[in-house]
Design a protein around this ligand. Structure first.
Ligand code: GLU
Ligand code: ZN
Length: 309
């Protein structure tokens, strides 16, 4: 029997068509930078008649700010976002990450690393891990990180906004951590396992993560997952050229419709001026009907006034 979804379309066709997501870390309230990502991923999914899922990326537990996940959900609701299904929380997904880790271990793609932060900082280029523990036997006593052995060849992608991009993982990144020394799974592993589990076909997110994408594609290959399409967005930066974040004290946001309107214009969508004071519903109607990802600029920009103190 073929199960059917809305409009009697077979579910397997719906499932393979377009599934997007927004995956904020609950480290503070949404700021203009994260709203841009939410708006772009939602508009792109809806313009493709796709699904849009929500995942709270609380894998880095020490960085979680209590209450901020709920705060993020309330903000999204107020802005008129509608997600499919239940919100996923990474802290409830540890068994899945452990299973993926085990699979990588079984295929001899991992090793234990006991290097300390100060040992790594003493290296001439501490941005590339030189494989110090790659061929050493480190005890399995829990006091170690787990690294993934990377391949000695470039990993490339064609990003929908940023164009062709590649990284030679061995020369430019090194074997990277997938389980931290404190026992927590690394973002790189968690995001790849979750995107595959949720059947994500299109990833729309900030350009600060472009550099992580070849690592994630490599992990997908190691785990026999399919690779989604990627679209990386320009960042909202302050006048010092720094990315807006909770750390740079981005201020709390303004009225809902103005925020949506500003986000669309930041994304190059040229929303007509009279839309600014309409309801979120009307703005979304316009945004979804008129969405053009080809209009998104590549360069980072300052947000409109009122978003930075
Ligand atoms: N949780 C990440 C962040 O808030 C986003 C991860 C992703 O979109 O892949 O920056
Ligand atoms: Zn090491």
């Amino acid at each position: 029997m073929i199960h059917t979804g809305p409009g009697n379309r077979p579910l397997f066709i719906m499932a393979s068509h377009y599934i997007g997501r927004f995956a904020p870390s609950p480290t503070g309230p949404l700021h203009f930078g994260s709203i841009i990502t939410a708006v772009a991923s939602y508009a792109d999914a809806r313009a493709h008649h796709g699904e849009w899922l929500l995942r709270i990326e609380d894998v880095d537990e020490p960085r979680t700010v209590p209450g901020s996940a709920d705060d993020i959900l309330r903000t999204l609701e107020a802005l008129g976002f509608e997600w499919s299904g239940e919100v996923m929380y990474q802290t409830r997904r540890k068994e899945a990450y452990a299973a993926a880790l085990q699979q990588l271990e079984k295929n001899h793609l991992t090793y234990r690393c006991t290097c300390t932060r100060s040992e790594l900082q003493a290296l001439s280029d501490n941005s590339i891990y030189p494989g110090l523990c790659a061929h050493k036997h480190r005890p399995k006593n829990g006091d170690h990180a787990v690294r993934l052995r990377v391949a000695d060849k470039p990993v490339s992608l064609v990003d929908a906004v940023m164009g062709p991009y590649q990284r030679h993982l061995k020369n430019e990144v090194g074997d990277f951590v997938i389980r931290r020394r404190d026992g927590l799974f690394a973002y790189q592993l968690a995001v790849v396992v979750d995107d595959a589990y949720q059947g994500i076909t299109h990833i729309v997110r900030g350009a600060d993560l472009l550099d992580s994408t070849p690592r994630q594609i490599y992990l997908q290959q190691c785990l026999n997952y399919t690779t989604p399409d990627y679209l990386h967005l320009p960042l909202a930066i302050n006048s010092e050229g720094e990315k807006l974040s909770k750390q740079t004290c981005a201020p709390h946001i303004k009225t809902e419709s103005t925020v949506l309107f500003d986000a669309l214009n930041f994304l190059g969508q040229q929303a007509p001026a009279e839309l600014e004071h309409e309801s979120c519903e009307i703005i979304w109607q316009w945004a979804i009907t008129n969405w053009q990802h080809t209009a998104i600029p590549k360069n980072n920009q300052l947000p409109p006034s009122g978003y930075i103190v």
